[in-house]
Design a protein. Sequence first.
Length: 260
Amino acid sequence: MSESTERFVIEIGSGTVAHIIDMDAGALEDDDRFSLSPSAPGEKMCSRSSRHPRYRRVPLSEFVTQNEIDKEGFEGDAPGEICSYCWSNTRDALADEQERADDDVSERIGTIGYRLRWKQKGRARDEWYDIVVGPETTMAELDRLVCRFTTLDDFHLRMYGLEDEYLDSSINMLPDHQYEQAGDRSDTKASEMTVGEVAERGALWEGDRLSLVYDFGTPSHYYCIVKEVYEPDELDGVLDDIDVIASTETAAIVREKRPQ
Ligand SMILES: [Zn+2]
């Protein structure tokens, strides 16, 4: 069981099954403040029995190990040792929380900035460049900064893609000069596509990647990993506080590791 092991404990009372206690819940509630009897910590996940401060409480992970329960998280039916009401309530509560967290993330994508660590495939340890971009940064600006360390110029055909897209991009974006020469209706000019739009398409978040392939005859492959996500108000601070190595209007190379 993963991170929920810290949060949930098992309370072993007088009944035949043990109950689940959410130690994060109830911490801010002070209903019991005026009560003279001591209360047990956390909140029980069902209302099937009463609690007592003297009942034994063990971390979920310990209980699982002791009872040789074969479960990964709160999935499926409750194991025989644990109250099935507690089990399904916990499972539902965690699913709701996950859904709310996902909604929150998808609402923010398109308004946030990123620190993108660019590396060349095969030599990722020797050399990398961190570029901070905002949602309004155009792909042309990003491309201009990438060109600084890749020695790419207008003569190199190149293509940006989501995640592991290689020689086949769903972004359909071309550097402006290439668009003038070779673009068709399905393509967008780099100066007319923002990082925010690309982020929305790829639901870009920490740990995700973008790719860059160039010289299609003998293709070279760069990629970047999202190292950090910045809220809009954080972003200005990041770009103002750091001695940037190179910058455009809304983006900058902020750190680099170069080969010795
Ligand atoms: Zn219960």
